[in-house]
Ligand binder design. Structure first.
Ligand SMILES: *[C@@H]1O[C@H](CO)[C@@H](O)[C@H](O)[C@H]1NC(C)=O
Length: 126
């Protein structure tokens, strides 16, 4: 009896922590990623991509964009623009690895439940 009670209390505590964590993560999520500390250094377009996908019912779509998509880049990235084209229904974008100052970047795009993704992405080097 005591064991069952402990189990239930632990389960409820776990759920509350999960919900709080979920909210904390959502607050940090943004539709767009714009990291362009000095626009005059955004000279060469390393990658440009339009990505558009329709939603899948009750699912989150996840896409990973690698820049450069192929080959090796040797110049530091100076500017990253990941722009949602879907307004409030749009997904969340974040940088997974690399970024400004690195020679590559990996961008993660996650749709809202049942919603699609529509992004324009530009990455520049010096
Ligand atoms: C921005 O980059 C340019 C060109 O490299 C440089 O001349 C300028 O000082 C930079 N500005 C800032 C605020 O760092």
């Amino acid at each position: 009896m005591v064991q069952k009670l402990v189990f239930i209390v632990a389960l409820v505590a776990f759920c509350i922590v999960s919900i709080v964590n979920g909210k904390a993560v959502n607050v940090l999520k943004e539709h767009n990623v714009v990291q362009c500390p000095n626009a005059t250094q955004a000279v060469n377009l390393l990658c440009t991509k339009d990505l558009s996908e329709s939603g899948k019912i009750f699912q989150h779509i996840k896409e990973y964009i690698d820049c450069p998509a192929t080959g090796v880049n040797t110049k530091p990235i100076t500017c990253i623009q990941v722009i949602n084209q879907m307004g409030d229904d749009g997904g969340d974008a974040s940088i997974v690895t690399g970024g400004v100052g690195y020679t590559s970047v990996e961008i993660e795009l996650i749709s809202q439940t049942s919603k699609g993704l529509d992004y324009h992405i530009d990455v520049y080097t010096e």
